[in-house]
Design a protein around this ligand. Structure first.
Ligand code: GTP
Ligand code: MG
Length: 344
């Protein structure tokens, strides 16, 4: 970690917050050491909590300045962009200034060709889902400057299970923020490993779908529903294989298909929907048993509600089935959040 704060300290009353999730690479020790030299340095050390969105949220909420800058710690955001973003924020009286990697004057040495193509596609979909911010070029940037007095209300609402904080902030603010951009010179990472994986891509897809559904459901419920859809496909597949290829009876094939689909839903939700609360080792097994219990109660509720609906409300079988599925979904989502992943 190389720090040269002098140029910035000459112009601004600086406060630097590092949000470290108890990482094993000695970050906390290094920050503590540097804090003796620079009084403006502060360490937020979190034990048992992690996740990029919650780290950013906590950092912004704890910052005391009139302007807050969020930037990555892997060296990909050049320090010179800090002054550029702050000046632009003040000059244009904006609420939020994004450091963009996709401006004609930006440099993207830190992105491979493939990553650039993927990000361009993701940006297009994001733009489609946020028409009120249709003039922006980078919805997924990890570098931005904001005015807390204008943004704090939205920052508080950001779902900490996500990774792409900026997209969530834009979506939550529904066009209420004055947003500008400055070009970034995006560098290759200096050290450490990338956190970008399938779960991050999934998270972005869920965020965009959530926004397209007018954010009527909780973001996590959208992810839970998508995983549930994959479970239905697996259910049908396992049932067909067991009946046709293995020759099991209807009941045997059905029981096996239900258990396979529920277990698959559980495992996928554990790494995607409840990534932050992810269960491991023995807790993973106990969680599976709890999830199967929650699922079986959901099935009982499903049959009970759809039958009662069919008898007492409407003789439309489709409506009755949907009523059962809706109750089953709400129960499964709420109960497993609470009793399996301990996350209300
Ligand atoms: N405190 C904290 N920081 C995180 C967490 N996940 C990621 N970060 C930081 O967030 C920044 C962005 O993460 P990266 O993995 O570099 O993601 P990226 O820049 O989109 O992907 P690359 O281009 O592959 O580097 C880095 O500075 C990470 O250290 C987390 O769980 N907790
Ligand atoms: Mg990075």
């Amino acid at each position: 970690m190389v720090l040269n704060l002098l140029p910035l300290q000459q112009s601004y009353d600086l406060e630097l917050l590092f949000v470290d999730d108890d990482s094993a690479d000695g970050t906390a020790d290094r920050v503590r050491e540097l804090a003796h030299r620079y009084g403006c340095l502060h360490l937020i050390r979190r034990v048992g909590r992690h996740g990029l969105s919650s780290a950013i949220k906590e950092g912004i909420l704890d910052a005391t300045g009139d302007v807050v800058i969020v930037m990555d710690c892997d060296g990909q955001h050049e320090p010179a962009a800090v002054a550029r973003a702050v000046e632009h924020l003040l000059d244009t009286a904006s609420d939020l200034v994004i450091g963009t990697r996709f401006h004609p004057q930006a440099e993207i040495a830190g992105l491979s060709r493939q990553r650039e193509r993927n990000s361009t596609l993701a940006n297009r979909v994001a733009r489609f889902s946020l028409p009120r911010y249709g003039n922006l070029t980078d919805y997924m940037s990890g570098f931005f400057a904001l005015r807390p007095e204008r943004c704090l209300n939205y920052v508080r609402q950001v779902d900490v299970n996500g990774f792409k904080f900026l997209y969530e902030l834009l979506a939550l603010s529904r066009g209420q923020l004055k947003v500008a951009e400055v070009p970034l010179s995006f560098q290759p990472r200096l050290a450490g490993e990338s956190k970008l994986d399938l779960a991050v891509v999934w998270d972005l897809g869920v965020s965009i779908l959530h926004t397209l559904l007018l954010r009527a459901l909780p973001r996590r419920a959208v992810s839970f529903a998508l995983v549930g859809t994959s479970g239905i496909l697996l259910h049908v597949l396992v049932f067909a294989i067991m009946r046709r290829l293995v020759g099991l009876s209807f009941e045997q094939a059905q029981v096996l298909a239900v258990v396979c689909a529920a277990s698959s839903n559980y495992l996928i939700n554990n790494v995607l929907t409840f990534r932050v609360q992810q269960l491991r080792g023995r807790a993973l097994l106990i969680g599976l048993l709890r999830f199967l219990l929650v699922t079986s109660l959901g099935m009982v509720a499903n049959v009970g509600v759809s039958s009662a609906f069919y008898r007492q409300v409407s003789h439309q079988p489709l409506l009755a089935l949907l009523a059962g599925i809706a109750v089953d979904f709400v129960w499964k989502y709420a109960a497993s959040s609470r009793f399996v992943w301990n996350s209300p």
